[in-house]
Design a binder for this molecule. Structure first.
Ligand SMILES: [Zn+2]
Length: 285
């Protein structure tokens, strides 16, 4: 008799994890929508729509601006340079974009060698990255890459993959500010905010590679010589070789050799963009 009883209980117990897993898979399928990248054609799965994503980006941006309020540079050559490059890249991105972005950039006085772009097109540039970029095309390499993360909706894809969509949809009414600090930090990290806000969720290799590819197209389309991207990464390589610390924005990025190799394979496509666009743009640096 006891054997029978045990069997009765054993079956649902072993099934339980499977049912939970199945439920989760169904939930994911139900909440997922597929998005096709307008530049590369890659299909990604996301769990939130562009409006929700942009709202999150805006909230994260407001948080960064609150935290860095005292260090935000309002005017001067650094701001002019960053705005000029951003505007040119934004026009390039708009050519194939399926979502409209309200690009905005804040320059923060800091030794941090970092820059990032939040969903919806909210960019943060730390002045420490400017000397490393060295020239306008170098800065376009960095910003083109970061802006491509936003236009490719990598934040939403990452939230979906790391199973944070449910957290967001659950807590969305209250917004980012109402989440507990640990939760907010995780979400901000997933959205692509700098290491300070959560480096626990780096972009995937596929996303990094896609951002490199699209960033190269953007810079070429904006009238910057795409070969300058290779020169930029070689400079980074030299700096690391000399024992210099790599800039933060590179820490979650692929090795330079791999990256330069990939850039070379996309170069013919970028050269074509450059040739057909640079006559319409001011000459690049
Ligand atoms: Zn990246």
């Amino acid at each position: 008799m006891p054997v029978k009883l045990e069997r009765k209980h054993a079956l649902p117990l072993t099934l339980a994890p499977i049912m939970i897993a199945l439920g989760f898979v169904l939930f994911k399928l139900y909440t997922a929508s597929k998005v096709t990248n307008p530049e590369t054609g890659r299909v990604a799965r996301v769990g939130i729509d562009p409006e929700q994503e942009q709202r999150l980006g805006l909230e994260a941006y407001a948080q960064v601006k609150r935290d860095e309020a005292a260090k935000i540079v309002q005017s001067g050559p650094d701001v002019e340079l960053v705005k000029r490059v951003t505007n040119r890249l934004a026009r390039a991105a708009a050519e194939k974009a399926t979502v409209q972005y309200n690009w905005e950039v804040s320059v923060i006085q800091s030794n941090e060698k970092n820059a990032f772009c939040l969903p919806g097109g909210k960019i943060v540039v730390y002045t420490g990255i400017i000397p490393i970029a060295k020239n306008e095309a170098g800065l376009a390499t960095v910003l083109g890459h970061e802006m491509a993360h936003a236009t490719s909706r990598h934040g939403a894809e990452r939230l979906f993959r790391s199973e944070l969509t449910k957290t967001i949809l659950g807590g969305f009414q209250g917004g980012l500010a109402q989440m507990d600090p640990a939760q907010r930090q995780t979400i901000m990290g997933a959205l692509g905010a700098g290491a300070k806000y959560g480096a626990t969720l780096p972009f995937s290799r596929t996303q990094e590679s896609e951002a490199d590819h699209i960033g190269l197209i953007y810079m070429a389309r904006a009238g910057y010589d795409p070969k300058e991207a290779v020169a930029f990464w070689q400079r980074m390589d030299e700096q690391v070789g000399k024992g210099g610390s790599p800039p933060q924005f590179m820490s979650d990025h692929p090795s330079h050799n791999t990256r330069i190799g990939h850039l070379q394979t996309w170069m013919p496509e970028a050269e074509k963009e450059f040739a057909s666009h640079h006559q319409h743009n001011a000459p690049g640096a």
